[in-house]
Design a protein around this ligand. Sequence first.
Ligand code: FE2
Length: 271
Amino acid sequence: MRPGPPTIDPAAYAADGYAVIPDALDPATCAALRARAAAIVADFDPQAAGAAFTTDERDRTIDRWFLDSGSTVRCFPEVGARDAEGRLRVPLDRAINKIGHALHTLDPVFAPVSDPARWAKVLGAAGLEQPRPVQSMYIFKGPRLGGEVAPHQDAAFLHTTPITVTGLWFALADADRHNGCLWVCPGAHRDPLRRRFVREGDDTRFVELDDTPLPTEGWVPVEVPAGAAVVFDGRLPHRSARNVSDRPRPAYTVHYIDAGSAWSADNWLRL
Ligand code: FE2
């Protein structure tokens, strides 16, 4: 018998700002997503992502590589993975930090997993009446290589009025505190949005909105097995530590907004 559509407890989600969906993806789907990501990387030309230029030109090219990635599928090398000429210092299959940002619409393997209809009950319980995916990322977090992600709120980057951005984070391998699992601050999604990442033309900057510090206590690791998903509120502070293990910590994330909320025109991502 096929399991029913995945769902979560709305009251627990409202209290904590996140919920775990066990068995969101079966092992074959996890394997297919990992294989597809490896194939995208194998096709990647590292010289394309801003290299072999002067430092200034390279910075501008890297910025463009990011700013134009919202409607395409691009690989983003790890910081330090390339030398000044853009040549890789490490093998290609270890050199990529992430793939973004339109796997959910453009990639035939990732798109079905990202379909909001598939997660309608979960996203509905999270408060999204008309969920619309706007951004997706495959994150490699390689063994002993994947770096720390500092505490932040996703609504800083994907802002709407009212704030509706909600993340679905799929663990494609067991994720624990040793290989850099997600950490969250339960309940802290009720605190204000601290800052926004805004775009003016080709420039981006942070705008401070509220000087309440992000929490320094109360963080909990969300250790989940392969195939589990974590759904979380766009205001929930979250982070991940370095991967200090010999295991990768691959994850796929999709961010949804409610189609009834107004997309902020100065988001980096142009819809
Ligand atoms: Fe995030």
